[in-house]
Design a protein around this ligand. Structure first.
Ligand SMILES: Cc1cc2nc3c(=O)[nH]c(=O)nc-3n(C[C@H](O)[C@H](O)[C@H](O)COP(=O)(O)OP(=O)(O)OC[C@H]3O[C@@H](n4cnc5c(N)ncnc54)[C@H](O)[C@@H]3O)c2cc1C
Length: 388
């Protein structure tokens, strides 16, 4: 017997059934908490590896960062050590029909990182060699050549780096595909189910939710910006931080932009997606209070974002904006992934905290699943213990 949850209910472990009106599940091989791309991908690979998996999500699958993101897939500003991971992840998005049972909207467009000033050119030049050395096909182009790809670029752009592998995906579509693939892989998907604590340990975890207690031998924490309070339930204090990001989308427009573009000053990321809308964001913050859940758009951020966009692409002046929204992105001090077993535990794992997480997710979740299934991951994980 074991005492559980805020209601103080008593439950039998590992049996299933109902105790004190609260249903206790039969024991799963693994409970994945958080149904964004990290949790969904991990659950999918584990189920296909033969495990009995439950995926518990407070809202609906892939609606937080995994639905609010810009879907941009670019490597220009990523650390060289991450490039091989990005290259493989990009291939997986390209071949999503093979493992996600459908086209997740990936489009390879090529992409630029734009420089307006000499110091930005120097920054881009400095990045070239080490990225090429790890397999990224990146080159420096002058403004004339950049305009051959992107006739709408302004005269303010003086040089740029170009990578033909850049592109974008459709996060809404990916979420739908994950749902179908998880169901057909036999994952027990529990949406609208908030986890309120973690009990037990050492191969016998109990996860209280409003609709019952889930029993599992292993845990995967994949709750994005909510990882920090969740790790506290296991007695761990992870310095996992939250970036409150703002995005803007235009009405459908005739073709203006062919590639995905970012600026070296990190103030703009812009692309025109298949339906003609132009999506732009970048380093423009919104207000967010994670503890209370309140988020608020900052009008000055929207204006700043528009100004940088017009500075790079004047034709955007004709665009009417339809909507701005906010998404919460996880990061840690070194901006590297947090993926692997929790310190001191071999049956509880964490995944998150990475820059470019949407792009990386199909590969990082596959690597974590390999580890949980008892195999050596084909590339190294990123030890969460470094943060403690
Ligand atoms: C505005 C924005 C733009 C971005 N642009 C890009 C981009 O262009 N390219 C790129 O590669 N990446 C981008 N990212 C990053 C990318 O979206 C994230 O790295 C990725 O989606 C993180 O996935 P996740 O599954 O870890 O988190 P999330 O998608 O946030 O999923 C975590 C889930 O956990 C659930 N949860 C939390 N607490 C509980 C609980 N107690 N019980 C049950 N469930 C719980 C939440 O409801 C949520 O669904 C962007 C992010 C944002 C916010």
């Amino acid at each position: 017997m074991s005492e559980l949850g805020p209601g103080g209910m008593i439950a039998h472990r590992h049996r299933g059934g109902t105790v004190n009106g609260m249903e206790v599940s039969a024991t799963f091989d693994v409970a994945v908490i958080g149904g964004g791309v990290m949790g969904s991908g991990t659950a999918l690979h584990l189920a296909r590896g033969g495990m009995r998996v439950v995926l518990i999500e407070r809202g609906r699958l892939c609606r937080q960062a995994s639905g609010a993101n810009a879907g941009g897939m670019t490597m220009h500003d990523k650390p060289p050590v991450m490039i091989p991971y990005f290259l493989r992840a990009r291939e997986l998005w390209e071949t999503s029909a093979e493992w996600l049972d459908g086209d997740a909207g990936y489009r390879q467009t090529g992409g630029f990182m734009l420089a307006f000033r000499d110091d930005e050119v120097a920054l881009l030049e400095n990045r070239l060699d080490e990225r090429r050395a790890v397999g990224m096909p990146i080159e420096m182009v002058d403004a004339k050549r950049a305009r051959a790809f992107e006739p709408g670029l302004s005269d303010h752009v003086i040089r740029a780096t170009y990578c033909p592998l850049d592109g974008y995906g459709n996060s809404t579509l990916a979420g739908i595909l994950y749902h179908v693939a998880l169901e057909s892989a036999g994952v027990d998907i529990r949406e609208e189910t908030e986890v309120s604590g973690i009990e037990g340990g050492a191969g016998a975890y109990e996860v209280p939710t409003a609709s019952g207690v889930v029993a599992a031998r292993r845990l995967v924490l994949a709750t994005g910006v909510w990882l920090r309070p969740m790790a506290r339930w296991l007695g761990l204090e992870f310095p996992i931080l939250c970036d409150v990001k703002q995005m803007v989308v235009s009405e459908r427009l005739p073709p203006i932009i062919n590639t995905v573009m970012r600026t070296a000053n990190q103030r703009l990321s812009v692309k025109q997606v298949a339906n003609g809308t132009v999506l732009f964001g970048g380093g423009w913050p919104a207000i967010g209070d994670l503890a209370r859940g309140g988020v608020e758009i900052i009008p000055a951020s929207v204006v700043g974002n528009i100004r940088v966009a017009l500075h790079a692409i004047p034709a955007l002046a004709q665009a009417r904006l339809v909507r701005a929204w906010i998404g919460l992105e996880t990061y840690v001090a070194d901006r590297m992934p947090v993926i692997g077993p929790l310190p001191g535990m071999d049956d509880a794992f964490i995944i998150g905290g990475m820059n470019g997480g949407y792009t990386l997710s199909p590969y990082m979740t596959r690597l974590l699943a390999q580890r949980i299934l008892g195999h050596e991951p084909e590339r190294p994980l990123f030890d969460p213990a470094r943060l403690l």
